[in-house]
Every structure is written in structure tokens, then in C-alpha cells.
Design a protein around this ligand. Structure first.
Ligand SMILES: Cc1ncc(COP(=O)(O)O)c(C=O)c1O
Length: 390
């Protein structure tokens, strides 16, 4: 059977499949500690769950407008303004089935066959495959640990060619936890402002910042930026599948057209649940969970430093990205093998850097309790010690 060239070119998300593997082992009763989770471990706020249940009881269970119910769009605009200080009109936002779909729709709406799309490495696993899915050509610009994984605007400027259509930015970053400074964003905006280049700024972790400040890229180049945001991480609602895109009306309308011919509206019940979470005053859930993540970030960073690993202290999101290159080459050849070894021998899941375009590193999510972090790091240390001794 011959499948399409496009589907043959892409691979399944490695983070989702590894996390599913760990979840399956845990459900079989195995004592696995997973640093794989791409989702907060807090329960969805009760306001959201109540909103969802009420929607079912009131029979709000039919199709909605393709781009989402207007109340939710207005509420998302208000919250985005409260958090990031950028104001949008109702025609400049679309509600999507998860932030992932928002990214795909934005790429589909902007990229033509052969267009170049700049992405920064280490990158979130899905960008490269999504760029390929719409016929684009990924062009990678590396960010480095010695610069805290912050991009150098000049490196981006140098990689721009006649064919560059778009740049994807993701700060706070999955997998490094890096947060680009407002000055860096300003310089990137400056470098492209006279060119016909767009930006997708994936700000899904925008509220989870522990050091310094994060400003939306839209503050610097609003008329050419599509900002991605959503309920999954900030409100611990990954399974409800609600994302948002904010941007110029022309692009948002194009995305609506794509959505109308693919998924139709995002799930009605989830939209009402999201509305309840966004409307709740004050946003206690967001403040409290961010504080909890800050404590865990401090803990995991201290433990990794104590182990002697080279690691950049993440400023945001809930990931840390230590360098394990000195353990590779003998007993385990690469981070895929290291991840297999740690899961099978030490019952601890870490995500190999290969999927993020950064072999030699591993991604640890700190969306797990402090006691599990301590136990999990102990297991990693035992595993690495064993590799060192062999
Ligand atoms: C950087 C980044 N963007 C987008 C997403 C997707 O979010 P959603 O679950 O809302 O589709 C994720 C999820 O892991 C992510 O890490």
C-alpha cells in the first residue's frame, strides 16, 4: 500500500508515545517515575469542571460557531490583556481544538510549498513535522546553553533568505524553559519589520515565568504575529482541548476557513468549561500553581547541579534540559538508548533530546510532586553512575 509522500515524511510525536508508554506501565502496577509529562499534574480547576457539567445539564451540546462562542472569545481577549497587556478585537481571535491545531492552522494559512520557516532549536517536537505537513521547509537556528538557550537576533537575521515566510518562536520554551527577554524580542522584530515575514509566537507557557519578565512578541510586531495561547497548561486542561490564536483579522479568518473544513467548532462543553475558568476572579489557580512550579524548579535544578550535571536554570514553563553528553558513546550510544536504559533498568522516564533537535540533552518535566522528583533524580543518578562505571 502506498501512503502519501507527506505522511511518509513525518514521524509520530516522540513525547506523546513515550509518555503513553510510561502511563501504560504505571497502569499495569509498575513503580515508574515519569519526568515525561507534558502536562501539569494539578487537577483541572473546579470552576472549569462545574462549567462543563452545567453546559451538559443545560443542553449546550450542539455545534457552535466555527471559531468558538463569542463569550469565550471575549473572555480570552480579556485574560490575554490582563496577563500580557496586548489588546485584541473579537475578529482577531479564534478558539481551536487545542493549541496544536491553532499552530497547524496558522502554518496552513501562511506557508506555500517550498517556503522556508525558521524554527529555533532545541524546538518543541511538533513544529518541524507540522512545517513539513504544509509543504514548508524547516530552517533551524540553534540556541545554546551558554546563552541560556536565548536566541541571538543576529543569527536569525543571517538565516533569512528570499524564501523565508515565517519564524516560529516559543518562549517560555519547551524543552529548555528559556525565556527570551523583551530586548531580544525587540531586536528580532526590528530585524524583520521591513521584510514580508510573519511570526508564530507560541506563548502557551506565557503565565509560567519564575525569573525576569516575559512580554508577548505581539508587543513588538502585532500586525504580523499570530500568538498561540490556550487552556492546556495554564489551567491544567490538556484533555479538554481548547486553544486560542490571536492575530491579524485576515489570518484569523483564513484559519477559521481551515477549521470549518476540518474539525468544525472546538468541543462545545469544553468551551463552556474554559469560559468558567477564565471568568473566575481572582485567578487564584494560576498564581498558586505557578508558585508550586517555582518551588519544584528550584528543587530539581539544585538536585541536578548537586549531581554534577551541566544544566541551565529554566526561567519558565515546567521543563529542565540537562546536558548528559558525557555519558554517551559506550554503554548507551545516544539519548534514545539512555532513555530506554533508564526506563527499563531504573524505572524512570526521561525524554531524549533527539526529538527536540538537541542530541546530548534530556528533557525532564517537573510536573510531579517534590517527593517524586527527589526519588526520580536518585534513580537517574544511580543509572548514570552505573553507565560511568561500565
Ligand atoms: C510548546 C507547545 N505548544 C503547543 C502545545 C500543544 O498544546 P495543546 O495541548 O493545547 O494542543 C504544547 C504541548 O505540549 C507545547 O509544549
Amino acid at each position: 500500500m502506498k501512503l502519501s509522500r507527506r505522511v511518509e515524511e513525518i514521524k509520530p510525536s516522540p513525547t506523546l508515545s513515550l509518555d503513553a508508554k510510561a502511563k501504560e506501565l504505571i497502569s499495569r502496577g509498575e513503580d515508574i517515575i515519569s519526568f515525561g509529562a507534558g502536562e501539569p499534574d494539578f487537577p483541572t480547576p473546579s470552576s472549569a469542571s462545574e462549567g462543563g457539567k452545567k453546559a451538559i445539564d443545560l443542553g449546550k451540546t450542539k455545534y457552535t460557531a466555527v471559531d468558538g462562542i463569542p463569550e469565550l472569545k471575549r473572555s480570552a481577549i480579556k485574560r490575554f490583556y490582563d496577563f500580557f497587556g496586548v489588546k485584541y478585537e473579537i475578529g482577531e481571535v479564534i478558539v481551536t481544538p487545542g493549541a496544536k491545531m491553532a499552530i497547524y492552522e496558522a502554518l496552513f494559512s501562511l506557508v506555500d510549498e517550498g517556503d522556508e520557516v525558521i524554527a529555533l532549536s532545541p524546538y518543541w517536537v511538533s513544529y518541524i513535522d507540522m512545517i513539513k505537513m504544509v509543504g514548508g521547509k524547516p530552517k533551524i537556528v540553534e540556541t545554546k546553553p551558554e546563552n541560556n538557550f536565548e536566541p541571538i537576533p543576529d543569527d536569525i537575521a543571517k538565516s533569512i533568505s528570499e524564501k523565508t515566510k515565517l519564524i516560529i518562536l516559543n518562549f517560555p520554551c519547551n524543552p529548555t524553559g528559556s525565556v527570551a527577554s523583551p530586548e531580544t524580542f525587540k531586536e528580532i522584530a526590528q530585524a524583520i519589520k521591513d521584510k514580508d515575514i510573519f511570526v508564530i509566537s507560541d506563548e502557551i507557557y506565557g503565565t509560567m515565568v519564575y525569573d525576569g519578565v516575559f512580554e508577548s512578541f505581539a508587543r513588538f510586531l502585532k500586525d504580523r504575529t499570530v500568538v498561540i495561547w490556550g487552556m492546556s497548561k495554564t489551567y491544567s486542561m490538556t484533555g479538554w482541548r481548547i486553544g486560542f490564536a490571536f492575530g491579524p483579522e485576515k489570518i484569523i479568518s483564513a484559519m477559521k476557513k481551515v477549521q470549518s473544513q476540518t474539525t468544525s467548532n472546538p468541543t462545545t462543553i469544553s468551551q463552556y468549561a474554559s469560559l468558567s475558568a477564565l471568568e473566575e476572579e481572582p485567578q487564584k489557580f494560576v498564581r498558586e500553581t505557578t508558585e508550586e512550579f517555582r518551588k519544584r524548579r528550584d528543587l530539581i535544578y539544585a538536585l541536578l547541579v548537586e549531581m554534577g550535571l551541566k544544566v541551565v536554570k529554566p526561567k519558565g514553563a515546567f521543563y529542565i534540559f540537562p546536558d548528559v553528553s558525557r555519558f554517551l558513546g559506550m554503554k548507551v550510544k545516544n539519548t534514545d538508548e539512555l532513555s530506554d536504559f533508564l526506563l527499563n533498568k531504573k524505572k524512570v522516564l526521561v525524554i531524549p533530546g533527539s526529538g527536540f533537535g538537541a542530541e546530548g540533552f534530556i528533557r525532564l518535566s517537573f510536573a510531579l510532586s517534590e517527593s517524586k522528583i527527589i526519588e526520580g533524580i536518585k534513580r537517574i543518578k544511580e543509572g548514570l553512575d552505573e553507565i560511568n562505571q561500565s
